[in-house]
Design a protein around this ligand. Structure first.
Ligand code: AMP
Length: 591
């Protein structure tokens, strides 16, 4: 194998690579570096994310920059601010021993005057987002008339984001004899047409097969009904206590909604999407990189700029519209020699979308059952035991208290002590998943009757103030519910008719609509005005099982008194998820 030296890079660059711990060039670097150093031909490079493509295009450019001149000699376009910042950071590291070489990232959402000030001093390599680059060209602050290299990184995303006009404008002001380098992990036809329109007989190189997924990633799918998609997501997180994952969503709104739900349910999660300010995005990405955040819910575009190598899972909350994006998403795991799992949560109807992806990645999805409550409890329990085993004990601090502690625990033998300490942390998981329903959607389950839905965690239980004495029976109750015209084809779950009042379950998504409909219509039944309220099933250790009626229209929230640990939000330490939700699940609701 060639070394970086043999590829023809100078000593300053070699020293920087050595500082970074890069020992040998990656396959894409082996092909791209000598090509760009020795030829002015345009280059079309296929490379998966995480293969070292940033160094592949920037090292030969750094090598050839004329630092005697103040001209901008290279422009690198990237679809997102994050990616632009990251590329510029990489280039600064690669050129830290290269005297006089100036680089700058220009992107929207940051002070343009500051960027102009730096440009005026002379910048050799500019890394920019298309929008801000055009803005600076229009203001005559960025001159690309002397550039020798134009790099289009993640061209597919630039097109997806609607930057076609910006690319045209930028291309217009660059000289015809420049060398264009197009690096991308995927090549849908839109990118091919960019290559056709903007490049001159490009040389094609590839590290690995086009659009093929990484060998280190296994692909799994879970089949759920639409209403159980979120519950399945939580189970996947729960069964993997050490999960470090990106959950991909299709829209900014969906991303924010899922992140909000996860945060509310006590997970160590946050959202990353284009509606956030630059500062918010930076903060979220920093937290995630430092592993202060365990789950990142992101859009495809926003996650592009994230350089994280050790994700355990990539989860497709919904499959992307474009197959290429699946390759991109799953390529975020299984990097840097590690194994990774890419999970697709699909409904029965969406299952057919898996076949074209399988063809593209050259691998089969493995159907995987959604973890049962028991499996989750087992994994969480063993994780807890490992934690107890590995915990560092602060002898000096704890010694003073030990005599009193021993006194208080006198009379409990080893087995009892272990059981109690474990239960202290673990009871909430056990109670949350006790009687948890099977979420797997199968033909058989879908044809099941209402009865099977009783345990569905997506049902809301309502109290109604009429009962047997009012001549109410299940079919009359269903008739009464239908008369309120709450929505079309709403699932009705368990019905319990008692003497003077009754209970029924309805799809949770129609919780507010149901209350509103009964309030607005003010129906009467057997001469009594009907009143409907949301009920909350309470099964705390204190009171046993009982139904408590609530008039509130808010969704269930764990009450302050629900659990001694609730509300104590602890901060996580670097690289330590143990203080996140897994040690202290906040979800008190049972399914
Ligand atoms: P990229 O595909 O450019 O985003 O790079 C992915 C990751 O691989 C980054 O963390 C780089 O720092 C790292 N990397 C790139 N080239 C090498 C190399 N030759 N040796 C070791 N790590 C590398």
């Amino acid at each position: 194998m060639s070394t970086f030296k043999e590829l023809g890079l100078n000593n300053e660059i070699l020293k920087a690579l050595n500082d970074l711990g890069y020992e040998n060039p990656t396959p894409i670097q082996l092909k791209a570096i000598p090509q760009v150093l020795s030829s002015k031909s345009d280059l079309k490079a296929f490379a998966q994310t995480g293969t070292g493509k940033t160094a592949a295009f920037s090292l030969p450019i750094i090598e050839q920059i004329n630092t005697e001149s103040k001209d901008t000699q290279a422009i690198i376009l990237s679809p997102t601010r994050e990616l632009a910042i990251q590329i510029e950071k990489n280039i600064s590291e690669f050129s830290k021993h290269t005297k006089g070489l100036k680089t700058l990232a220009v992107y929207g959402g940051a002070n343009i005057d500051e960027q102009i000030r730096k440009l005026k001093k002379g910048v050799h390599i500019v890394v920019g987002t298309p929008g801000r680059t055009v803005d600076l060209i229009n203001r005559k602050q960025l001159k690309l008339s002397n550039i020798q290299w134009l790099v289009l990184d993640e061209a597919d995303e630039m097109l997806n984001m609607g930057f076609k006009d910006e690319l045209d404008k930028i291309l217009e002001v660059t000289p015809p004899n420049k060398q264009t380098l197009l690096f991308s992990a995927t090549f849908p036809k839109e990118v091919e047409s960019i290559a056709k329109n903007y490049m001159n007989k490009p040389v094609e190189i590839s590290a690995g097969e086009k659009n093929k997924g990484s060998d280190r990633v296994s692909h799994q799918y879970y089949v759920v009904s639409e209403r159980n998609r979120y519950a399945a997501l939580k189970r996947i997180a729960d069964v993997n206590p050490d999960i470090y994952s990106i959950i991909f969503c299709r829209t900014r709104r969906e991303t924010q909604e899922i992140a909000d739900k996860l945060i509310k349910d006590g997970y160590n999660a946050d959202a990353l999407h284009g509606d956030l300010s630059q500062a918010q995005r930076d903060a979220v990405m920093n937290k995630f990189r430092k592993k202060h955040l365990q789950i990142l819910v992101a859009t495809d575009v926003a996650a592009r700029g994230l350089d994280v190598n050790d994700l355990t899972h990539v989860i497709n909350h919904k499959l992307p519209d474009q197959i290429e994006n699946y390759t991109h998403r799953s390529g975020r795991t299984g990097r840097a020699g590690r194994e990774g799992i890419s999970i697709a949560i699909v409904t029965s109807r969406e299952k057919s979308k898996l076949h074209p992806i399988e063809r593209k990645i050259g691998k089969k999805f493995v159907k995987t059952p959604i973890p049962t409550g028991k499996e989750i409890c087992q994994n969480q329990l063993f994780k807890l035991i490992d934690k107890v085993h590995d915990i560092e004990v602060n002898e000096t601090e704890i010694n003073d208290f030990l005599p009193t502690i021993y006194e208080k625990l006198e009379g409990l033998n080893r087995e009892e002590l272990i059981k109690r300490f474990v239960s202290l942390e673990f009871n909430t998981f056990l109670s949350y998943y006790e009687n948890a329903p099977d979420l797997n959607d199968s033909e058989q389950m879908r044809s099941d009757s209402r009865g099977k839905r009783r345990n569905d965690e997506n049902m809301t239980r309502f109290f109604i103030n009429i009962g047997r004495k009012d001549k109410l029976n299940p079919s009359r109750l269903i008739g009464l519910i239908n008369e309120q015209e709450i929505g079309k084809n709403i699932e009705i779950g368990q019905i319990e008719i008692l003497d003077t009042f009754s209970f029924f379950e309805l799809d949770k998504n129609y919780e507010n609509d149901t209350i509103d409909a009964f309030q607005n219509n003010q129906p009467e039944f057997s001469g009594r005005s009907v009143n409907v309220e949301i009920t909350k099933k309470q099964r705390s250790g204190r009171g046993g099982s009982r139904d408590k009626s609530r008039g509130s229209r808010r969704k269930d929230k764990p009450s302050k008194n629900d659990f001694s640990g609730f509300g104590r939000k602890r901060s996580a330490k670097k690289g330590d998820f143990s203080k996140s939700r897994n040690s202290e699940p906040k979800r008190r609701r049972r399914s």
